[in-house]
Design a protein around this ligand. Structure first.
Ligand SMILES: [Zn+2]
Length: 626
């Protein structure tokens, strides 16, 4: 089969549902301009992509596609990192068309294509001489998971370029999956979801209904104990409860969010309201009870999993970077389906506090886990070694399991697509960044220039560059934290502000989100931070770091004095603290007694996403109240 190469297919859109409340925009419709996110996207393009390519080569994971079976290196899922790099490159090429990058992309695709078997099978870890047979380890083998990322990369290429060798490889692999796992085939699922959203996206690109039917089969099969019992329980791979009846996300956080994203995709394309409602309910309960202040998901190290309701300890926060990516994938799909700004609120929180936190400023070191409290100084990982994933205490150049850097790369490369949407009536702005937009509406073209220093400053000026000669609606998200926001000087409550009129070129609309530091407390059921407060400023979570304290003051002796107002200053938010003296040094338990506090201290908190950028430090987001 061939794919439709009409310009409409080359849409540059990461997820393209055939219907829903809102329509996504492509990378040719939204361009980031200098600011918080463009800086990170530039670093991703200029440094991270080459860094990843270097490590994939050096670790031997790229070489696996051309080496002998017994020489294979890396974990069973390492093929997927090559595919995620290809996806990142495809988005980047769609925007910039960099000829050097195009050459590198094509060279990797050639190596991948050469490893595909005649029947479409493609995996360097199984099925060859001396290796385990194909599909002999569905719970841990990640074969379908790897196809998922292969297909996602091909979808990115199809939507930014058209058909190429990678797209053909992915279609052969997808046909193979349908042959082997179809209604008459192996009646099972992959331990790690990802094939589900990928197959629906390939259906959206090609119109081949078989891919959608296969994705639906995988969704319907899960939750019925098709995979064996394992030490973590079947909830680890969401094979414990059918998706339609589950109430909350559980188990491995990346698996749970990817699976839910795929379930939304299937629900939208098959008109399955029950399935969509089920995932919507799970999202709501997960956000209400199982999500960190940062938007991070997953509190358990043992199985990289969600904890029980309200089990959100800051000092063992797992909050894997990839779970942040998965959460955005899910929230974005629900936003497109329902149009509710709460989904964009969570995307914003996750972008500024997980996605922006994970990479170093130079884009060559990464956090795998994103803890909210570090009690002991971390150690700088060696520049030339694979770091252990969750045990790495500082950002590391590469990991033995290195899913997070490539996931960040594909997210940064496609980031502009998450800023805004359209519908028949107008344009909706969900995320605020300096950007240019040019969108075709039924009424005509709308072109906008957004000027802002967000999130440092809450003023967002939207200038109309071009507009149709008929009324249309500009909808602006007012974040849930933005009390005191104004639109053209008039107060607007959190939610959405709508302006419907005939706009003229040169008109400017100013949304001011009145950003100032604020104190946040947790639901009292989050026992781990009872009696603590956090400081936020706009969408950004702040933290205290030992490098900002006098050498004689230990971070864990600080108590925030909530009576003293927070102020902006010193490149952060200044809080007033008291220093308490730890009691008995030999036994940490005693009858309750007031803490004896000594002197007061003004402490500058800094954005959490910048922490550990000034060498090893201790850090905490949640600070005890005095
Ligand atoms: Zn990861």
């Amino acid at each position: 089969m061939t794919i439709n190469e009409a310009p409409a297919t080359v849409s540059g859109v990461p997820a393209l549902p055939s219907h829903g409340r809102l329509r996504p925009l492509g990378l040719h419709e939204v361009t980031l301009r200098p600011g918080f996110w463009q800086r990170r996207q530039d670093v991703n393009r200029s440094a991270t992509l080459a860094h990843i390519e270097h490590w994939l080569d050096r670790a031997g994971w790229l070489g696996n596609f051309s080496s002998a079976p017994h020489e294979r290196r890396g974990r069973e899922f390492s093929d997927s990192e090559i595919y995620k790099l290809l996806e990142a490159m495809a988005w980047e090429l769609g925007r910039t068309g960099d000829p050097g990058l195009e050459q590198r992309y094509r060279a990797i695709v050639r190596r991948v294509a050469a490893a595909q078997e005649p029947d479409g099978y493609l995996n360097t870890n199984f099925g060859r001489h001396g290796q385990q047979p194909r599909y002999s380890d569905l719970e841990w083998g990640h074969e379908l998971y790897c196809y998922g990322h292969l297909i996602q990369a091909a979808v990115a290429r199809a939507r930014t370029f058209g058909t190429d060798e990678l797209v053909e490889v992915a279609i052969r692999a997808a046909d193979h999956v349908c042959d082997v796992f179809g209604p008459d085939g192996i009646a099972s699922i992959c331990g790690h979801p990802e094939i589900e959203p990928a197959l629906v996206e390939l259906y959206r690109v090609t119109g081949e209904a078989r891919y959608l039917e296969q994705a639906k089969l995988f969704i319907d099969r899960r939750g019925h104990g098709r995979l064996p019992e394992i030490e973590f329980d079947r909830s680890y791979f969401q094979d414990d409860v059918p998706i339609r009846t589950a109430d909350v996300l559980r188990g491995h956080a990346v698996r749970a969010t990817y699976l839910s994203a795929g379930a939304v995709d299937v629900a939208i394309e098959t008109g399955d309201g029950e399935l969509l409602n089920a995932v919507t309910r799970q999202w709501r309960n997960t956000v209400a009870r199982r999500t960190y202040l940062t938007g991070g998901m997953g509190s358990r190290h043992q199985d990289e999993a969600f904890g029980d309701d309200f089990v959100l300890p800051p000092d063992r926060a797992y909050s894997e970077t990839c779970a942040g990516v998965g959460s955005i994938m899910l929230s974005w799909r629900l936003l497109l389906a329902h149009g509710d700004p709460r989904y964009a609120d969570l995307i914003e929180r996750t972008l500024f506090n997980v996605i922006a936190t994970a990479p170093s400023g130079d884009g060559t070191r990464f956090f795998y886990t994103n803890t909210l409290h570090r009690r002991v100084l971390g150690s700088e990982p060696a520049a030339d070694e694979l770091a252990p994933r969750s045990d790495s205490t500082m950002r590391a150049p590469w990991f033995g399991v290195s899913c997070c850097p490539t996931n960040l790369a594909r997210t940064f490369a496609s980031l502009a697509a998450y800023l805004a949407t359209s519908d028949d009536d107008g344009v909706q702005l969900h995320q605020y960044a300096a950007a240019s937009l040019r969108i075709g509406l039924p009424q005509g073209t709308v072109a906008l220039e957004i000027d802002t220093e967000y999130p440092a400053d809450g003023r967002i000026a939207i200038r109309i560059v071009e507009a149709p000669d008929t009324p249309w609606t500009l909808t602006l998200r007012v974040p849930h934290w933005a009390t005191g926001a104004t639109l053209d000087g008039l107060a607007v409550p959190p939610g959405q502000a709508r302006l419907r009129r005939r706009f003229a070129a040169g008109d400017t609309v100013v949304l001011d989100l009145a950003i100032r530091p604020r104190v946040t407390a947790a639901d009292p059921r989050v026992d781990a931070v009872r009696g603590c407060v956090a400081v936020e400023r706009g969408p950004v979570v702040y933290c205290a770091e030992s490098v900002d304290l006098p050498p004689t003051v230990a971070l864990d002796t600080l108590r925030v004095d909530p009576a003293v107002p927070l102020t902006d200053g010193d490149g952060g938010v200044v809080v007033s603290c008291r220093i308490v003296t730890p009691t008995d040094q030999e036994w940490p338990y005693a009858a309750p007694a007031p803490e004896s506090s000594m002197k007061s201290l003004r402490v500058t908190l800094r954005p959490y996403h910048d922490w550990a950028e000034r060498g090893p430090s201790t850090m905490r987001v949640w600070l005890p109240r005095s």
